[in-house]
Structure formats: C-alpha cells, structure tokens
Ligand binder design. Structure first.
Ligand SMILES: [Zn+2]
Length: 262
C-alpha cells in the first residue's frame, strides 16, 4: 500500500516536471515551416502560397555572399520587411551565412547584431530565434545564444522534435530538396505523441543553390497535403505558446551526440 502511494507520488512528481516544460499539450499534426537564406522566390512564390493556405512560417534571413545584392537571386530588405508585415516571423541566420562553430564570440556577436540592427532600423519585430548556417555549431555557440537571450535555435538531423528531450538550441529538422518527397511525406507522420515536425526549406525554386531546390509544384503539393489532413502549420515563435523555453533550457542537457545535420 505504502509502496503504491510512493510510486504514485514519484509518478506525479515526474509528470509535474514534464508539465513545467510544456505550457500546454503538444497536439498531433503540429508542423513548423522554416525558410533559409532569403532567396528571392521566398518573397515571390512562398509567401503568397502560405497566405493562400493560411499557414505561418519563419524566415531565417542573411545576406548570402557573394551575390546577395542580385535581386533576381535574393530578397532585399524591403521584401523581408514585407514578410514581417504579412505576419511571418523574420529570424536570424547571421549576416554572412557564417559557420558559427568556427567563430569567436565577438565575431558571432557581429554576425547576429547586423541582422538585429537591420530589423530594428526597419521596425521588423526583434529576431528571437536562430538557425545554424550549414548546421555548424558547438557548445560555445549555444552558450552565446543564451547570453543573447535567443529562444530557439534550429539544427538538422532528420528527426522529429521532442520538446521534453531536445534542447531548445538543438531543434532537429528535415530539409526538403527536389528528390526527397517520400522522406518528407513520411516525416509528417511523425508529428504525433508529443513530437513536432520541423521542415527546413530553401528556395522554391532555388536558383543559386540547386542542391537545396524545392520545385514550386512539389511545395504546393506539401501545403495541399498539410491542409487536406488538417495539420496546424506555424512559425517557430508560435511554439512559445506550447513550450516554456527557460524551463526547457534548465532541465534539458544539450546532446551533441545526436545527428544534428541534414
Ligand atoms: Zn542557410
């Protein structure tokens, strides 16, 4: 009897611990769409299509060298501002698409601050989330993101995000390209039992980086599927409604042994 009571107490303490990370239960079919590198098609193709379906999304922007100024290849800041005005999240991907695992803290700070200041000067909501360019990262980079008070940081790894297990600075994602439709479709099945599916998408199409190209027809197919099957499609910042980020950072130790690249 006493043993049973002790088991119940232990169980309720365990569940309390979990409920502190989660502000509310993660519903099945929760998908976060993230778009990297600010290619021009994200303004001309992606944003209107997302609006058509009523979906949220996060755009991780940078000034991709060397051709950032070529408006046929990349969005300009006026267009990035328009995404913010449309209700999408604009987030930080460093100024120069730098491998932050190889930067000093001062260099990392300069990279982050450039995007923060640009957003500030254009009255774009302050970027609170980050994506590692090229999935380059290390423990120091995580420490610095904490110092800068960022909420979430997205990595790769091709698996679902479990907010009770994965550290908020090591959020896994799948990356789409022209060839991996089957992999992406089956990834969407994993948005259940407390897990969230996050997709990393580049240009739709991507002219300058064809290895991460997602053809517009395929992208529409994904959105149609998500819509037809009643998925909830949100931005990374929308996850704050479900996850207490500070609590998750206190409780979860970053695990660098898991696959973190796509
Ligand atoms: Zn990138």
């Amino acid at each position: 009897m006493i043993k049973n009571i002790l088991v119940l107490i232990a169980l309720s303490l365990f569940l309390q611990g979990q409920s502190q990370i989660l502000k509310q239960e993660i519903p099945d079919k929760l998908v976060v769409l993230t778009f990297d590198d600010a290619p021009a098609s994200q303004y001309s193709v992606v944003a209107p299509m997302l609006k058509e379906f009523g979906f949220g999304a996060t755009f991780f922007v940078c000034e991709f060298p060397p051709n950032y100024k070529d408006s046929t290849l990349y969005m300009n800041w006026r267009q990035i501002k328009a995404l913010d005005k449309m209700g999408f999240e604009v987030a930080n991907h460093t100024r120069t698409h730098a491998n932050v695992g190889k930067l000093s803290q001062m260099e990392f700070n300069t990279e982050l601050e450039y995007i923060e200041n640009k957003c500030d000067s254009l009255r774009i909501a302050k970027p609170k989330n980050f994506a590692y360019p090229g999935y380059g990262l290390n423990a120091l980079a995580l420490e610095f993101l904490q110092k800068k008070d960022y909420n979430f940081a997205r990595a790769g790894g091709s698996r679902a995000y479990d907010p009770l297990v994965d550290h908020p600075y090591l959020i896994p994602s799948w990356a789409t390209d022209a060839e991996n439709k089957n992999e992406i479709m089956s990834s969407l099945d994993q948005a259940k039992n407390g897990k969230i599916v996050m997709l990393t998408i580049h240009g739709v199409p991507d002219i300058e980086h064809p290895w991460v190209n997602t053809p517009p027809a395929l992208f529409r197919e994904y959105l149609q599927y998500l819509s037809d099957h009643n998925y909830k499609v949100i931005s990374l910042r929308d996850l704050e409604a479900y996850i207490d980020v500070d609590e998750a950072k206190r409780k979860i130790v970053p695990d660098f042994n898991k696959k973190l690249k796509n």
